[in-house]
Design a protein around this ligand. Structure first.
Ligand SMILES: [Zn+2]
Length: 225
């Protein structure tokens, strides 16, 4: 009896812990300042909202609670986002990427996802673990890190935190620095690139990105003791 009871009890404990985790899922930008304008003229906020709603669905499938932040497009102050995330285990901010203004005429050269964390966050190790597992899941899903943010000429010389998985340090990033919990910013793809914008608008691609982000989040939260 004892032999069967112990593993069953251990399983229940794990399941209970999984349900108790909550993720703050932040929709980047807001109606009055909607972020990057895509190659076809659509505001980044629309892309961020569509993807965040999909990530929420995927996380809920994995028994993870989600607190959406900024989905109504009314969060003008960045610190209200991290303030309203208090109590969550992880803050994940959803964005879509651009390139430097002078490189916009060549924007079709730039594609892929990027992940950002801050060493000034109170949980830099956990932030990195979560970003790395999100990046690994995106790669396993066939997506490629963009890499250009690390380049001093093409990007902003953001150092790699985990080069293989497309994770960069961006220490002063407000939503990563100010969050009271581990925090990751996801740039899902480069929407000033015409082809990549079309991919980002494809509901099937969006679902695959969302499933990868959710699986990465779930994986890193499950690893935690
Ligand atoms: Zn953005």
């Amino acid at each position: 009896m004892k032999k069967t009871w112990i593993p069953a009890f251990a399983g229940m404990t794990l399941a209970f812990c999984a349900i108790a985790k909550e993720v703050a899922l932040d929709v980047g930008h807001y109606a009055a300042e909607p972020g990057v304008i895509s190659a076809s003229g659509v505001a980044e906020f629309e892309f961020n909202l569509a993807l965040a709603l999909e990530v929420k669905m995927e996380l809920e499938k994995l028994q993870t609670k989600v607190r959406l932040i900024g989905e109504r497009g009314d969060y003008a102050l960045l610190h209200h986002r991290t303030r309203d995330a208090r109590g969550a285990e992880l803050f994940v901010s959803i964005h879509h990427d651009s390139v430097r203004e002078r490189l916009l005429p060549q924007a079709d050269r730039f594609a892929g996802f990027s992940l950002f964390i801050s060493r000034l966050n109170p949980f830099p190790g956990k932030s990195l673990a979560c970003a790395s597992s999100i990046g690994a899941r995106l790669k396993a899903g066939g997506f490629v890190p963009s890499r250009y943010h690390a380049d001093p000429v093409l990007g902003e010389a953001r150092p790699f935190a985990d080069e293989a998985n497309g994770v960069h340090y961006y220490d002063n990033l407000a939503v990563a620095r100010r969050a009271a919990m581990a925090s990751v910013l996801v740039e899902a793809g480069v929407i000033v690139n015409r082809e990549e914008e079309q991919r980002m608008r494809d509901p099937q691609v969006r679902r695959r990105i969302a499933a990868a982000v959710a699986a990465g989040v779930r994986e890193c939260l499950a690893k935690e003791r």
